[in-house]
Design a protein around this ligand. Structure first.
Ligand code: PMP
Length: 398
């Protein structure tokens, strides 16, 4: 039977992730995967998360099945985070949120919903994008195209080219947009560019699918929600995939949410029922632990305050590492500047390293970065920064 299974190579991130784990040099450094580590190089367990977990265990609640869509407290907490307290879209009951298996699960259930409703639609993803976007939408049966996004020479967003491409898409096409902290480049649209993108989607009858994997890592929880809020105000049908992997440091708990927003409150129930049916026929209902933590933090003012403070701490630490990285690289006089790295947001940075340099970084120094030159700046700390800088300088010099 399984002899006929097609060979299915892992994507480059997972391939290098596995290679890193097999690497035997003790001073190896992983700049491949999008995981935030603190100044000591540890994946933090946030204080708010620890308190929520402790309270949950003390209550000794029965490990019942959860509702297919998740609990009401989780769902309303997510909606408040996305759209703000009592905003028009929530008052009009135009949004339905379902708990998902991480941000990836939200994208997949959303893709399956869209496949049922728009079976022949084209999906457009940014060039470049997170590797799994194309694979996931193709796996859901769509034809995937890309729209221009990044100009490697200017190391900035190609907003005009992006807008032209969006305007050229057939009506009913699905556009996957990174809400903030664009993965892999770190280059985001500014508010004026977002307004133009929203306008292009509205005018062109496109279906936006906002991927919000890093809310709070860019400029702040409110600022990073701009795209979702603009689409809500524009009154279009759209989807949002939220991930709490990074913002709560809950990677392995696999917790996220899919939010469907309808222009018409009369149809949101149908949309939700379809998504629930897809969950039911995939894995029946979602897991408890991560959702219970996120719900407790979002619904308990003291925990919420502690969380936003820790989140700001993570955001500021990343920004600080960007600044220090650029200062240290520029001090090496490598014949090129690195200041673009400080303009980027979130965990990742397109460093400008070539595939050959990334390969040399792995081979000579045991420092793992993607061949595209993407590095995870959230994995840098004062302890490993000097070695990373020396190694980059070495491979850039050739
Ligand atoms: N979208 C983007 C752009 C991401 O970078 C990631 C995580 N790397 C995800 C979605 C998926 O997040 P999760 O781990 O919660 O599935």
């Amino acid at each position: 039977l399984f002899q006929s299974a097609p060979s299915a190579p892992l994507d480059p991130i997972m391939r290098l992730f596995e290679a890193f784990h097999q690497e035997t040099r003790p001073d190896k450094i992983n700049l491949v995967v999008g995981v935030y580590t603190d100044a000591q190089g540890r994946v933090p367990v946030l204080r708010a998360v620890q308190e929520a977990e402790r309270a949950w265990i003390d209550q000794a609640r029965p490990k019942q099945y959860r509702p297919i869509e998740g609990t009401a407290g989780f769902r309303s907490g997510v909606q408040r985070l996305l759209f703000g307290e009592n905003t028009a879209v929530l008052q009009a009951k135009r949004a339905a949120t379902l708990q998902s298996v991480g941000g990836t699960g939200a994208l997949k259930i959303g893709a399956d919903v869209l496949k049922q409703l728009l079976p022949d639609a084209i999906v457009a993803v940014s060039d470049p994008s997170w590797e799994n976007h194309r694979a996931l939408f193709e796996a859901a049966g769509f034809t995937v195209r890309s729209y221009p996004y990044y100009d490697a020479t200017r190391q900035d967003v190609r907003a005009d080219a992006m807008l032209d491409a969006l305007r050229g898409l057939p009506r009913g096409s699905i556009v996957v947009l990174h809400a903030c902290c664009h993965n892999p480049t770190g280059n985001d649209l500014d508010p004026a560019q977002w307004r133009a993108v929203v306008d292009a989607c509205v005018q062109g009858g496109l279906v936006p699918f906002v991927d919000m994997a890093y809310q709070g890592f860019g400029d702040g929880l409110e600022e990073d929600a701009l795209a979702a809020r603009l689409f809500a105000e524009a009154g279009v049908d759209f989807l949002v995939a939220s991930s709490f992997s990074k913002s709560f440091s809950l990677y392995g708990e696999r917790i996220g949410a899919l939010t469907l927003v309808s222009s018409d409150p009369g149809t949101i129930g149908r949309a939700e029922a379809l998504a629930k049916r897809l969950v039911r026929t995939n894995y029946s209902n979602p897991p408890t632990h991560g959702a219970a933590i996120v719900e407790a933090v979002l619904q308990t003012p003291a925990l919420y305050d502690a969380w936003t403070e820790e989140l700001a701490g993570m955001r500021h630490r990343i920004h600080d590492m960007r600044t220090r990285l650029v200062q240290a690289l520029d001090a090496q006089d490598l014949g090129r500047g690195f200041s673009a790295i400080t303009r980027q947001k979130g965990m990742f940075s397109y460093s400008g390293l070539t595939p050959t340099q990334a390969e040399a970084l792995r081979a000579r120094h045991g420092i793992y970065a993607l061949d595209t030159g993407r590095i995870c700046v959230a994995a840098l700390n004062p302890g490993n920064l000097p070695r990373v800088v020396d190694a980059i300088a070495d491979v850039v010099r050739g």
